[in-house]
Write a protein that binds this ligand. Sequence first.
Ligand code: PA5
Length: 448
Amino acid sequence: MVKLDLGGCTSFVKDAEYAEYLKKALAAFDTLESGKGEGNDFLGWKHLPSETPDSLIRECEAVRDNWISKGVNLVVVIGIGGSYLGARCVIEALSHNFSKQLSGEKKFPEVVFAGNNLSEEYLGELAELVGERNAALVVISKSGTTTEPAVAFRILKCQLEEAYGRSEASARIVAITDAHKGALKTLSSQEGYKTFVVPDNVGGRFSVLTPVGILPIVLAGFDIREILSGAAEMEKSLALRSEENPAVRYAAMRNLLYSTYGKKIEVLVSYNPKFQYFGEWWKQLFGESEGKDKKGLFPASVNFTTDLHSMGQFIQDGSRVMFETVINILKSNRSVVIGSDEGNLDQLNYLAGQNVEHCNAMAELGTKLAHIDGGVPQLEVTIEKIDAFNVGGLLYFFEFACGISAYILGVNPFNQPGVEAYKKNMFALLHKPGYEEQTAAIEKRLEK
Ligand code: PA5
């Protein structure tokens, strides 16, 4: 399960200060657990691991099996922000690095993502792929009105209708949206799409264990029951009110470093390329939950050792504004041993007989010590290996810690008012009906 080691912070903070922040974290834990804090109508994520009915998973499996029986080999999952990052992070963490290139028959459809940008090139190239393959769509939008997924859906839906006819296209589309309202809900009822519900009391970035994440993960062939069971074990252990609770400790330390030591940036570090999208999910979780009222740690992510050859210089030696949270993975799921070479021109014989993962572990330890020496505190979150159970536990660990942490900071973890500003300008610039005044104002501003 998830373990937290704060040993890499001890030389930076005083025990008494940490003890004070532990108290604040326990008070924030109480706020979260009592359900009386700001944003308390969005706490539905807390019991998803233990309360998700198996019937929901079976319903998702039925969609998958039905599509497989039609020969579907490509599913485009359309969504943005919380309506896509959770599924993508889990699928990438659990996928074979080269699943696309490996030969052999694929048991499950390939899952690709759309609606998370407005790049014409991306959509045009995706349309080429959809044209070549036997495709289906999952469109996810809680509000049902977000522009990016709506644009992608309009284009891909039209393509599916042209390829398969309107009725068969409808059988190849599933919508995940609000139970009652929104354009996507209305369209789904009109066209007869199968729908799943995004619960009212779960915000986008906390929705990976609702149908928003469950359906894409099931479609891609991964074991959602194991993911939920890892998350359920975390749910149980993090519910204990204790100074030993790892979510309480993590939230306490990151707030102490931020408030007292000027560490304004938290860098999530992993040593496995499969965790790149975990970093993206984590950045949204903490960035949208905490970055408001002119407060909050800026969440960044890197993948080592790759980024030690790019960002490593800055982290070691640049502005001392960050600390690192390292995801430490104890065991590799593979065994690759470095061989001996007679010529030893690369001078690697000293590593002969060693697993590559041993080198990775030594790079991790060496980096930790170097970064501590360079003034970068280290928090370490350890899991045993990358599998469905541990990934589930890690998701829940960060969700729960995020709730506590934002309450320590004194912000509402569950809203995102700042996201609206760009939308208003974009709508005005695109001449959206209803934005006439803003259009006139913005065009005047741009004339200057
Ligand atoms: O976390 C959030 O609430 C956001 O990132 C949303 O998920 C994102 O903006 C997409 O919204 P919607 O699902 O309404 O299309």
